[in-house]
Design a protein around this ligand. Structure first.
Ligand code: UDP
Ligand code: MG
Length: 314
């Protein structure tokens, strides 16, 4: 029997690029007939013709399935919806903007057949990204690497092949704050990376602004490590120690015993401001975690499906 390969494609307002994508998926299928293909689109609350285009493509291409979410939930949740509705032997997650070249798919499948359970593409560099996006991204990965016990692969795109055992593992994770990239590392299994040169976006524009990425980065750190909490307590201990020495030397020995006059409004003010802000930062860190606990305890479903259609081939 042919191995069933599903390609999962989250799409949010991608009407401009879809015709090109449909064509390259068709080519991929025609060039690799020894597998049974399914192209599972997750329409993430698009407000343009994305869903219409996908529906009309299901009439022309029998391998297309789709899930349409009730609103825009974000790419991570769209991927979760796809994972939940997966039936097949392996799943490949791919962006809809053709930045993830479909030509790489056969190579990924070869590695999967060799026994790797998670084959991910690592981008060499991104032509469409300015320094403003690249440097913070690099710093973020360095921080995440330092603080969490699990290795998160730098520059690993969301372009990856997952064996069904990995998909089963991911289906069990029902967190609201999902940082999928770190989850892939967390589940473990036999991983293999391949490098690729990402193409610039074919049509349309990136959905991720600097601030959206910053939010994702904070989510990534807080959902994977409690190191920031530890750092704030360590900082507390260090400043307590330093203040104690100051108290002993400056106040007790110098002022009380030796009787030297002490004056200085400026130094007092700067100490108050400095420690006040450290306290606020620590409170903020605690707040970040508390907020996340609040969201998780509500235990809401991750998404709602508005409409779905599955290819007869599954
Ligand atoms: N996407 C999505 N929901 C969103 C934002 C993006 O499903 O809320 C999809 C989008 O259609 C694309 C993929 O996620 O297929 C990556 O988005 P984009 O190309 O904008 O991100 P970038 O490549 O700039 O990181
Ligand atoms: Mg893109």
């Amino acid at each position: 029997m042919k191995k069933k390969i599903t390609i999962l494609i989250p799409a949010h307002n991608e009407e401009k690029v879809l015709p090109f994508l449909f064509k390259s998926l068709k080519d991929l299928e025609n060039n690799n007939k020894k597998f049974s293909w399914e192209f599972l689109f997750v329409d993430d609350g698009s407000r343009d013709k994305t869903l219409k285009l996908i529906i009309s493509e299901t009439k022309k291409n029998k391998s297309i399935s789709y899930i349409s979410l009730s609103r825009n939930f974000g790419k991570e949740i769209a991927i979760a919806a796809g994972l939940d509705n997966f039936k097949g032997d392996c799943l490949i997650i791919m962006d809809s903007d053709l930045q993830h070249p479909p030509e790489l798919v056969p190579e990924m499948i070869k590695l999967w057949q060799k026994g790797y359970k998670d084959v991910f593409a690592k981008r060499k560099h991104r032509k469409d990204e300015g320094i403003l996006k690249r440097i913070p991204t690099n710093i973020y990965y360095k921080i995440l690497h330092q603080f969490s016990n699990i290795p998160v692969h730098e520059n690993a795109a969301d372009f990856r092949l997952l064996d069904k055992v990995c998909v089963k593992a991911l289906q069990k994770i029902r967190e609201q704050n999902r940082s999928t990239k770190a989850l892939y590392s967390w589940i473990g299994f036999n991983k293999k990376e391949i490098e690729y040169e990402p193409d610039p976006r074919q049509k349309g524009s990136s959905k991720y602004s600097f601030f959206k990425l910053l939010n994702l980065a904070i989510d990534g750190i807080t959902s994977f490590t409690i190191s920031p909490l530890r750092i704030s307590s360590v900082l507390g201990f260090i400043s307590c120690f330093i203040s104690l020495i100051y108290l002993l030397v400056w106040v007790i020995i110098r002022t009380i015993i030796m009787g030297v006059d002490s004056h200085g409004w400026a130094s007092t003010m700067s100490f108050i401001l400095f420690f006040g802000s450290i306290q606020l930062i620590s409170l903020g860190i605690i707040g970040e975690y508390l907020g996340r606990i609040f969201i998780e305890t509500k235990n809401r479903p991750l998404y709602f499906i508005n409409d779905a259609y599955f290819s007869k081939k599954r």
